[in-house]
Design a protein around this ligand. Structure first.
Ligand SMILES: [Zn+2]
Length: 188
């Protein structure tokens, strides 16, 4: 399976339309990703860990709404348009450049979710479980700590990207971002 790189320099190819499948509670992902996320959630629950989805597939229009809303709230804080754009783009992808638009990413939370400090998710049991197990279901922590200079995104302990096995296993074991991993082989 070809792994799609989607980041600020690599938009989703024009015309790409994921074949979507329901995961649960009205959340959808690309068919294979949905299948694997369902398996991940079931395995976590079997281990007594509650993990919930709070965002998965997003339409282009919804992503635009999120991005424009982020810019506006930063403008309201007194930032210039350029500053507001850059600050928003650190944590929200412009429409068409989000893995969520391709149906390949899910934002996950668990008990003790702090809506005022999303990064605190790293201190929860759910995050610990994901760190130990997400790769077994083909998912990677897409924006790790200390790698913002490569991914161009802040640390997002809640954002998981489906890349499939064994890629997720290798990336996790070697501590590689998707950008770094894809540079190792020219024909994935
Ligand atoms: Zn996300």
């Amino acid at each position: 399976m070809k792994i799609m790189l989607i980041d600020k320099d690599n938009p989703i190819p024009a015309g790409y339309k994921p074949l979507l499948e329901k995961i649960e509670n009205g959340y959808y992902m690309e068919k294979r990703a949905a299948h694997c996320l369902r398996a991940l959630l079931a395995a976590a629950r079997k281990d007594g860990i509650i993990i919930e989805i709070f965002s998965s597939y997003r339409t282009y229009d919804y992503q635009k709404q999120l991005f424009d809303g982020g810019i506006q709230s930063n403008l309201d804080k007194g930032l210039s348009y350029e500053e507001a754009y850059d600050k928003t783009a650190n944590s929200t992808a412009p429409p068409g450049k989000s893995e969520h638009n391709a149906g390949l990413a899910a934002d996950l939370k668990g008990e003790d979710w702090d809506n005022d400090n999303w990064q605190k998710f790293e201190d929860t049991k759910a995050f610990k479980w994901l760190t130990e197990n997400a790769h077994r279901f083909g998912f990677i922590l897409r924006y790790p700590k200390e790698k913002s200079h490569i991914t161009k995104y802040i640390y997002e302990p809640w954002h998981y990207r489906y890349v499939g096995c064994p890629h997720a296993e290798i990336m996790t074991r070697k501590g590689l971002t998707l950008e770094e991993y894809l540079k190792l082989c020219n024909c994935i």
